[in-house]
Write a protein that binds this ligand. Structure first.
Ligand code: PEP
Ligand code: MG
Length: 328
């Protein structure tokens, strides 16, 4: 099996009934972004910029951020590179910027923190935009969006950063383009506001890790409740279906970048729901490519229609595992 998987590793992800799925990678360090030997990976679906921030002693300067972002964007001019603005708080603390709260996951995290500290947001936005000069591959992704007004405020700051960069340069920056702007759909409220949010952005990216945590009221890192944390809960599946249906109605491109996309059972269901872009840790690419290349979209849709009405995650997972065994 491994030999066969190896031989097909670089082939595009097309089901046996000719349905194409785009695979992308999630990364947090530039060394993780190894796309040279992966012709069928269309880009970086999620670059977690907080990881380089977490590894330092203090906030990186605009110049330091610029150097990092530039290196990544320049190395892959033909691939979509999605950089998420700083997503700290919750499970991702910055040692030099302590946030003490009773409920960190319901607190000052992601876009909430950076909109309250616009300097941090602007420095990062300027670094990203400067790094994208002469290139067209930068996509900027906003984490933890809950309301339309947060998106509007973040877009206002991004515009400001864009015009600052454009005005400051001595050289003619006519090749500087406003990057595409998207948001994470990972707070349940956002999942139910797709039409309004779609009116503001160029793309969506579904964060199944946080979406599952918030829909089930289960801390994603607490071992005491880890058996309850399950993205195959029928309520999670119903919301994921609603999100993709509404995004399609609005013609807004949509990716899934949570762990579920890198899990064979998850990828099958997501594809069946209508998601065509899946972003995952690089080490899952081969496996997911292999699994999707060995099944039919039609049979995955049939499987989805069967499991969507089941009462609990365990039953759903058992049924999908059976399907996977039959199809390998
Ligand atoms: C998610 O929440 O699903 C996600 C991809 O973001 P992170 O895991 O970084 O919170
Ligand atoms: Mg998240």
């Amino acid at each position: 099996l491994f030999g066969k998987m190896e031989a097909q590793a670089d082939l595009p992800t097309i089901t046996t009934d000719q349905h194409t799925v785009e695979l992308m990678i999630n990364a947090g360090l530039s060394v993780d972004i190894d796309l040279q030997d992966k012709p069928n990976v269309t880009g970086v679906g999620l670059f977690r910029t907080e990881i380089p921030f977490m590894l330092r002693e203090g906030f990186p300067s605009e110049q330091e951020q610029f150097t990092l972002y530039r290196e990544i964007l320049q190395a892959h001019p033909d691939k979509e590179i999605t950089m998420r603005t700083l997503d700290v708080g919750g499970d991702k603390p910055l040692p030099y910027f302590p946030i003490v709260e009773d409920n960190p996951f319901l607190g000052w995290r992601g876009i909430r923190m950076t909109l309250d500290q616009p300097e941090i947001f602007l420095v990062q936005a300027r670094a990203m935009i400067r790094a994208s000069e002469d290139l067209t591959n930068l996509h900027i992704l906003l984490p933890m969006i809950t309301t339309v007004s947060e998106v509007k405020e973040a877009k206002r700051l991004l515009q400001q950063a864009f015009f600052e960069v454009k005005d400051e340069s001595l050289a003619n920056r006519s090749t500087l383009m406003m990057p595409k702007i998207g948001i994470m759909i990972e707070v349940p409220a956002a999942a139910h506001q797709i039409p309004h949010l779609a009116a503001e952005v160029d793309f969506f990216s579904v964060g199944t890790n946080d979406l599952t945590q918030y829909l089930l009221a289960v801390d994603r890192n607490n071992p005491k409740v880890s058996t309850l944390y399950n993205s195959f809960h029928p309520a999670v599946l119903a919301v994921l279906q609603e999100i993709v249906d509404k995004a399609k109605l609005m013609h807004t491109p949509i990716t899934v970048c949570g762990e579920m996309a890198g899990d064979p059972a998850g990828a099958i269901l997501l594809m069946a729901m209508g998601y065509t872009k899946l972003s995952m840790s690089a080490y899952n690419i081969r496996k997911i490519n292999w699994v999707l290349r060995s099944i039919q979209l039609y049979s995955a849709q049939h499987l989805l229609s069967e499991v969507i009405n089941m009462p609990d995650a365990q039953q759903i997972k058992t049924r999908i595992d059976m399907y996977l065994e039959e199809h390998q």
